[in-house]
Design a protein around this ligand. Structure first.
Ligand code: ADP
Ligand code: MG
Length: 510
């Protein structure tokens, strides 16, 4: 009963959701836990509640700044004062003062990057970490779809912090990824809480179209007829903007685009407008979504499909968090397969880029420091941040660089071959995953839900009334009865500013 009481007092929830109590019970006993619960299931409560029982501080590793800030704000709004997000955006002064008073915090959210700072580790070593939480733990796995190099160093961090009990959380991991997470974190005697990742209230509709033109028309039709709000995913920034224009031309005004190329302010504004129902549709890349805790998203459309089934599951999981009927629509035509293939290798440094790096390193006259190499790669060779992070990780991991300088005691040729092999293997895996997802998309002879779950080694327990395009399915159910709101609202600062300037200009003229 005690747990229910805390749940009510601290979180104002009257009962636990599936899995929460079982996980919390194990955590308060001091066990290591690996948990998989579907998106929106309420994973945060699983580590926040023990924070009020265990003695010490709960340390949470979170992959995204926005995610971290959301959680911090949410705890604060519930009256928790002793919570902080430590990340690279905290000013130097604030960080210093936070580290000085580190004892007072019940919850500390950290980015994986900041855990590489000695100063932060030293401060954390002075306090008792009651629980070490790794949120979105699939990022740890080299087989996980969001493979992030700084996540790989967390086992080391865990050791430095005296091996506190650990909770790894994910909504999307195959059995192989789960095994890898446990291995990477070196979790002994781990208790696994793996729940069905099925979201019965989301109907799945995969639809083949004959051409790009048909796909655009189909998208417009869906947006006009479906009950919003909705999210449309694209694989390129350009397309998010293009479709936003097309939709506006078709009378749908409460739509905006969102991608990583936007200024932070714009991104926040659009996210807020969507959350507050001022926008009906977001055309976005996969930069949008994580940390957007919006309960009433009614549809997800994939205009382009992602490169892995795990990403697909995570993206469609953003619909229907309130439990109400929602729909996931994937539109594809033959050309999409080539597009997906070319994108899948995009984030991996290619052979030429590695060759370049090794030529620079092998310069007998002047060997660049890691920092110099970074600048050269960014500024002279225009490499993307994702690629550089991967390169940096490999160069350090293979000890080509030690403490920021070229390691003269290592055979560079051997290291090069080793790294190229790793890259080759990752490329192979990515292509394999993409091919697997494509097979799922094209498999029209079986229940979508069943085959989706199979990929995660799960069985379908109950078939929902509205299941998928293979089973039973009535698109009318998701209609908006012809009602769409058309009140225009501003969608970005620039546009707003332009209009204000224009109006004031007109005022002067008139
Ligand atoms: P996840 O991390 O699993 O995607 P979150 O922890 O962000 O999910 O929670 C999703 C939503 O569910 C949040 O708005 C949260 O407040 C709510 N929630 C969590 N646990 C409960 C509960 N026991 N009862 C009602 N709502 C809950
Ligand atoms: Mg979460």
């Amino acid at each position: 009963m005690r747990l229910e009481k805390i749940l009510l007092e601290k979180f104002h929830f009257s009962s636990f959701r599936k899995g929460q109590k079982e996980i919390i019970q194990d955590l308060v006993k001091g066990k290591n836990v690996m948990a998989m619960l579907p998106t929106g299931a309420g994973k945060s409560v699983c580590y926040q509640l023990p924070g009020y029982i265990l003695e010490g501080t709960v340390l949470i590793v979170s992959p995204l700044l926005s995610l971290m800030e959301d959680q911090v704000q949410q705890l604060k709004s519930r009256g928790e004062k002793n919570v902080i997000g430590l990340n690279s955006f905290l000013s130097y002064q604030k960080r210093k003062s936070a580290l000085r008073s580190i004892h007072r915090y019940r919850f500390i959210y950290v980015s994986p990057e900041i855990l590489q700072s000695d100063e932060v580790i030293h401060a954390l070593q002075k306090i008792k970490i009651s629980l070490f939480v790794i949120d979105e733990a699939h990022c740890i796995s080299q087989w996980g779809h969001e493979f992030r190099t700084d996540y790989l160093k967390l086992d080391d961090v865990k050791n430095k912090l005296g091996n506190p009990p650990c909770l790894a959380l994910t909504a999307t991991a195959t059995e192989m990824v789960i095994k890898d997470i446990i291995h990477q974190l070196d979790l002994s005697d781990v208790v696994k809480h793996i729940y069905s990742i099925d979201r019965p209230n989301i109907a799945i509709n995969v639809k083949k179209v004959e051409s790009l033109d048909e796909k655009i028309k189909g998208t417009i039709e869906f947006v006009k007829s479906l009950q919003g709000p909705g999210i449309i995913y694209f694989s390129s920034r350009m397309w998010t903007e293009k479709m936003t224009l097309i939709l506006r031309e078709n009378g749908i005004n409460r739509v905006a685009f969102y991608h990583g190329g936007l200024e932070n302010d714009d991104r926040l504004l659009i996210q807020q407008q969507f959350i507050q129902d001022q926008l009906d549709v977001i055309c976005c890349t996969n930069a949008f979504g994580m940390g957007v805790d919006k309960a009433n998203v009614r549809y997800i459309i994939h205009f382009h499909y992602p490169s892995q089934i795990e990403s697909y599951l995570q993206e469609i999981g953003r619909a229907g968090r309130d439990g109400n009927p929602s729909i996931a629509i994937l539109l594809y035509c033959n050309e999409d397969h080539d597009l997906a293939k070319s994108i899948v290798l995009h984030d991996l440094p290619n052979y030429e880029e590695w060759a370049l790096v090794f030529t620079l390193i092998s310069n007998p006259i002047q060997k660049p420091s890691l920092h110099e190499l970074e600048l050269m790669m960014y500024e002279r060779h225009g490499i993307s941040e994702i690629k550089w992070r991967f390169m940096k990780y490999q160069l350090e991991h293979e000890k080509v660089y030690v403490n920021g300088s070229v390691n003269l005691h290592i055979g560079v040729e051997d290291a090069k071959i080793k790294i190229l092999n790793i890259v080759h293997e990752r490329a192979r895996l990515k292509q394999r995953d993409l091919a697997g997802f494509k097979r799922w998309i094209e498999d029209v002879d079986r229940c979508r839900r069943e085959t989706l779950l199979w990929r995660f080694d799960q069985m379908l327990e109950n078939r929902p009334e509205c299941c998928c395009d293979y089973c039973n399915f009535d698109i009318q159910k998701y209609g908006n009865d012809g009602k769409i709101s058309n009140t225009y609202i501003f969608t970005d600062w620039e546009e707003e500013l332009k209009l204000i300037l224009k109006q004031s200009g007109e005022g002067q003229n008139g």
